[in-house]
Design a protein. Structure first.
Length: 362
């Protein structure tokens, strides 16, 4: 999407001038065809469309002077807003801005989202490289499900490299993600909870965070999952997905003791990788109903792993390796190799056991 540096002239259009849905000539990308913000707070002072000024061109704000010609009173940006650079230390001069389509906050010196009103974000969100930003509390992020001029919005959420960011409060309303949900290199981030999220078309990537727990209570569909290098992570509270469309990677989470309940999961269409999770004891929460892993199964370097759960009951898994898990009995690994049709599993460096009997199918 093109970004234009704000100059003295802005294209202003009152929301009251938007055509009815079906007229084919609504202004901007987002057509005003009724509310889609259930659960998100509404500012009653700006609830009258006739009193809201609408801008329809992308804005790039880098200096204090760039704020000077923004509308006075209630206004809406039916396009993208990018806030960039260390000169951006406050958002108070956004005034009565109530909503934007796409929001990017990049390399600023913001300490908080100090907008005058809660800011609704209807499309993608990027928050990157903000070394002082501690919270996203004044955002309300949720995909626009109404009519659009052109293709529907395709949303991704990318929160990365924000050294002091401690919570994701502004994202608590998200329900669907068309692309990726990426939370990376946010070392102070607390518990990650997405209680309303049901679908992620791309990948969920959570790496190098400070989160002690991760929860996806309503998640039923996801393309790929990667959870890695989270030093404080102790638990993953499962999701109700029956399948993962790509890889499942769980790597380098030294305090992770439990995977919660993923009792509906039957299929992983990519690889299954569980490496270097030193406190993890068993895989029961993940493998209880596992039927197929289409890619390689790699389970290595988990210092306290004693059980593979019911992985040996799968009807098919790809080739792989079960290596260097010093408390995992050799018989557990051999059972996977013997009992799963067409699997070829390399086994070494585990707790040695002799005369293994495989109880296939039980």
């Amino acid at each position: 999407m093109r970004h234009t540096i704000l100059t003295g002239l802005l294209s202003l259009t009152a929301t009251a001038c938007l055509a009815d849905v079906g007229g084919g000539d609504c202004v901007g990308e987002r057509c005003k065809d009724g509310t889609t913000d259930a659960g998100m707070s509404t500012d009653t002072a700006c609830s009258d469309p006739a009193k809201v000024t609408e801008l329809t061109s992308p804005l790039l704000l880098r200096t204090a002077a760039d704020f000077d010609t923004l509308p006075k009173g209630c206004w809406s940006l039916n396009s993208s807003l990018r806030l960039e650079g260390q000169a951006i230390s406050s958002l108070a001069k956004l005034g009565d801005l109530i909503e934007v389509n796409e929001l990017e906050i990049v390399d600023t010196s913001l300490t908080s989202i100090d907008t005058k009103k809660q800011l609704k974000v209807w499309s993608s969100l990027l928050v990157s490289g903000n070394t002082k930003l501690a919270a996203l509390n004044n955002l309300a992020v949720k995909k626009w499900e109404g009519a659009t001029q052109g293709a529907p919005f395709t949303v991704t959420y990318n929160i990365r490299n924000n050294a002091l960011l401690a919570n994701l409060e502004g994202l608590k309303y998200i329900q669907t993600v068309d692309g990726d949900l990426r939370l990376t290199d946010n070392g102070k981030l607390g518990a990650i909870e997405f209680g309303e999220l049901t679908r992620v078309g791309g990948a969920i990537v959570i790496t190098n965070s400070g989160a002690p727990s991760i929860g996806f209570a309503q998640l039923t569909q996801v393309g790929r999952v990667e959870i890695g290098s989270n030093p404080a992570l102790t638990s993953i509270r499962g999701f109700s997905a029956t399948s993962i469309g790509g890889d499942f990677v769980l790597r380098g989470n030294p305090q992770l003791t439990q995977l919660g309940t993923m009792s509906a999961l039957t299929t992983i269409s990519g690889a299954l990788t569980i490496d270097d999770n030193d406190a993890l004891v068993d895989l029961t929460g993940l493998t209880g109903t596992m039927q197929r892993v289409s890619g390689a199964v790699t389970i290595t370097g988990n210092a306290n792993l004693t059980s593979l759960g019911s992985l040996s009951h799968a009807t098919a898994i790809g080739a792989g390796s079960i290596l260097n898990n010093p408390k995992l009995g050799t018989c557990k690994a051999v059972e996977v190799d013997h009992c799963v049709p067409n699997s070829t599993v390399s086994i070494s460096g585990n707790l040695t056991q002799n005369n293994c009997a495989c109880w296939c199918g039980l």
